[in-house]
Design a protein around this ligand. Sequence first.
Ligand SMILES: *Cc1c(COP(=O)(O)O)cnc(C)c1O
Length: 398
Amino acid sequence: MNIIVPQIDSLNNILPEEPLLMMGAGPVPIPQAVANANSIVINHLGKSMKKIVHQIKSMAGYIFQTNTPWVVGVAGPGSAAMEMAVANLVWKNTSVLSICNGFFSSRLAEMAVRAGGIVNKVIIAEKNSVIAKDIRDQVEKLRPTVITIVQGETSTTTYNHQLAEIGKIANEFNCYLIVDAVCTLSTMPLYMDEWHIDAVITGGQKGLSSIPGVSLVAFSEKAWDRINSRQDLMPQWTLDAKLASNFWHKNSYHYTAPVSGLLALHEAMRLICDETLPVRFRRHLTCSKALQSAITSLGLELYIQEEDRLNSVIGISLPENLESTAICEHISNKYRVEIAGSFGSPIVRIGQMGEQCRVHNLFRTIHAFGSTFNDLGVKLDVPAGMAELENSLQRSNL
Ligand SMILES: *Cc1c(COP(=O)(O)O)cnc(C)c1O
């Protein structure tokens, strides 16, 4: 043996004594029931698992607002679900229109290129959301087979609020509409069937408030027919939706399912069903708006105009001479609150997904956020921010 045992610290020595409050763009805090479920391992093809998978699909029907039976999961990040949606519907020479308003929507376009698609990008100007009429013009001109879009572009914190209209256009021109709802699903309305969406993508660690690493895709009947009509075998074996369907619809083996992650997801979804979507949407809207209003009262500006602003992740413009990394490091080290920088936009981001939308977390976050700026020499009115948070919450009567 010439390779010796390395010196390893135990997790107890690495992790902070108190967990950080995760208020960034994901992963988000998880409820105790989700954490407990994540500690269990059971037979991936046994009777309990069969029932759990069945229930996850039923709950997905409610949460995605769809009657499609074609819900499949993937052991992987939100990006794996994105790739599953894209790679099953796009193949060599498939014409794709990708609506890009930032990092994640551009990732969908990139995946479509890699899948062999002929991809036209519609690049939306930073800070703007897509206008359905512009997409109609592009669709009339280019006649794409597949359209890709994000509901909420987490990177720039913009919200594509005309998704329903775009669904109508996709339906009228017989396109397959792929929607990334990783950060938005269960935080704001999305009606898969009513809006004519053919694939909805979600991940675990954002809107659903589960763990990272287990994700879901729902395909419409129309999308599933296209998948079945495919002549060649798709190159990605693990992401093949028909193979995944062995596990998701026939209780048989594809690969060993991420058992603990599925149990965690089950619990996260059960809590969403318990809360019900209307109540959950209201909680998210109320908390996010209260936080936004408090941030403004601190003396800062929000990056996106109200109409195009994503509520699930809030982008805050940086004052001159202050870098997002300095803010994120200081708030983490001193106040034990995690927030996020960005992928190029001049902002810091605070998440409002799932468990992040709890009143006590908002107070801690606004206090830590305002104090961080003060510590770093940018004078903000922390008492005004805290008061506005309380006032806003009282006005909305949450
Ligand atoms: C986070 C995110 C993703 C990617 O999820 P990963 O789990 O990091 O792969 C995709 N789309 C959107 C809109 C996101 O917010």
